[in-house]
Write a protein that binds this ligand. Sequence first.
Ligand code: GLA
Length: 729
Amino acid sequence: MLFRFLLIIFSVCLIIIPSAAEIICIETNQNVLVFETDNDNRLLQTYFGKKLLNASDYGLIRSQNKQSDSNGGVFNHIYTPSGTWNLVEPALTVLHADGNRGTDLQYVEHEQRIVSNDVVETKILLQDPVYKTQVILVFKSYLNHDVIEQWAEIKNNEKKPIILEKYASANLNFMNREYYLTHFHGYWAKEMQPEQTKLTSGIKTIDSKLGTRANIYNHPVFMLSFDQPATEEAGLVLLGTLAWSGNFKLQFEVDPYHNLRLISGINPYASAYPLQTGEVFITPAFIFTYSEEGKGKASRHLHSWMRKHRLLDGEGSRMTLLNNWEATYFKFDQQKLHTLIGDAKNLGVDLFLLDDGWFGNKHPRNNPRQGLGDWQHNVEKLPNGISSLVKEANENGVKFGIWVEPEMVNPKSELYEKHPEWVIRQAERPEVYFRNQLVLDLSNPQVQEFVYDTMDEILSIKPEISYVKWDCNAVIFNAHSSYLETKGQMQSQLYVDYVKGLYKVLERLRVKYPTLPMMLCSGGGGRVDYEVLRYFTEFWPSDNTDPIERVFIQWNNSYFYPSIATCCHITAWSDVGIKFKTDVAMMGKMGYDLVVEKLSEDEMKFSQQVLKDYSRLKDIIWYGDLYRLQSPYENPYASLMYVDEKKNKAVVFNYVISNRYYDNYSPVAVKLQGLNPQREYIVKEINLFEGKNSPIQTKAYTGEFLMKNGVNPILRKGRTSVVLEVTAQ
Ligand code: GLA
């Protein structure tokens, strides 16, 4: 026996059921996933949704529904294997040592244990009766957040190596009238564009084959509404994602009985993975939440879960910053940086962030075509080195951060000249570049060592660097590893081993630098997911900082990522004016990336004041509950608000996102949410230029009034963004 079946006091499923079937429930506070064995000892998923009042009813579900059909090879198995009785999309395909591809998975036993007040773990052991291949499905239920994290552990019990051809993380089954999938696609500067599709018969696939910055075309996050499209406040909806920083595949198959099978995992594309005798392959986690009260509640659950259980320092603090990228690009020297550090101090931000262009000597990084990989400071631009800059910043009361892109190399670099074998490329073919660069082979332990040492060296500079922006600006072309070749390993391991190598480096760095704030960037939002955020405190959602575009990009990111992790900078993109830009940046983790000198005196004063207000209100924005009030997809304006847990304070953001004349006059009050109806709240407009009066009278209203009738932000021409501070009396 691998593990013993444990009785858990609160498990409502330990009930006497009429048949000999085994019933397993994976519960959160609100919801439950129910599994039941059939006569052949296959474990089938019979229910997904809100818990039923009467737990004994779970045993009745299977008899009432049509979820499997042995004639058609259709099954609601919880981890569908292939090559035997199943003919629908599998979760697992194994090439056994004898050349067969048939696998059966039967239930053996399961175990449930309480990990903490909030977490219960269930492990279910499945096994092939012929080959003894084992799969342990692990489900971690985060009770208070209604979040489930699940993954598979696949073990080779054969005498020879086997090859995993498909190895999904999750296989869920649903029985509803209709299914509406919202996925998010895009490209550089237009990341996270939502698209809603009604799922019809057949398979809808969302995937990535880009290797590194896997999110440029499709993001590994989605929303699935059942019966009808969910709204913010109503409807049945699942928000899910694969926690993996490489190629992913999300499949949605509607079968002949109109049941939906969701299979999510590493993309099997060019990724057959060998497993030696006795070895275990642990898949990445699939993480999801489910709500019967719309998308708003589901995303609030993900935010609080993220902050508490996943995001590095998720309940900690963050720094405001001034980044020099858009102010200088590659054109700067010590003197210029001296001025910019002074600007950071004047503005009142916490940190100055030095971006790309500070390194490379033989091939100075004065443009994106060279120098990447040579991580020594450029002695011409910065004769006194980085440490003198850190010192200067600190003397000015600001911290110092630095940009790196350690996974990459320009062919024109000393690193490439010295170690062409460290680069992912096919030596016989012409090289294919993405932003003039290639990707280092992180499947190679020597390359992992190099990346770690590079970072360690930079972070050992004294006085200390306080912040890192970690970029990743190329995808993998010509996927070939000379390391795997030398070791006689399969080339199809590369995509997976690259990501594992990346995690190894990050893991090691976090042992030595556990709390150092690090921003994850990838030419904007080309790489962010629920696994990599274990190592990063924040991410850069897009290089597109046009504030109107950002309202949309940040809106969509806000379904999955908490505002504390979402970097929003005020830049020179667009000419809507500093107020609109600031109001948009303030709804996330705020920063600046502009020429401070170009700000007028009024704009400077305005920005200094906002930074003070942000510091006062950031806890509400970062840790509060987010309510999306008016969608920019359905209105010519957008409104959203954050409320603190105790309902003492809220911040409401409103934006006009249309140029049309009448759209500039908000006709109705915006109904707030999440307040205490009994209490009185003072509503006050903030983020105003000095001397500018608000047409909104600072005044008290009851929470009930603000939620039932709402408050009119009086958006109009000249007032295209309005921020309101709402304070309980
Ligand atoms: C990427 C990032 C930018 C900047 C440049 C530097 O494009 O998204 O913010 O850091 O790289 O080369």
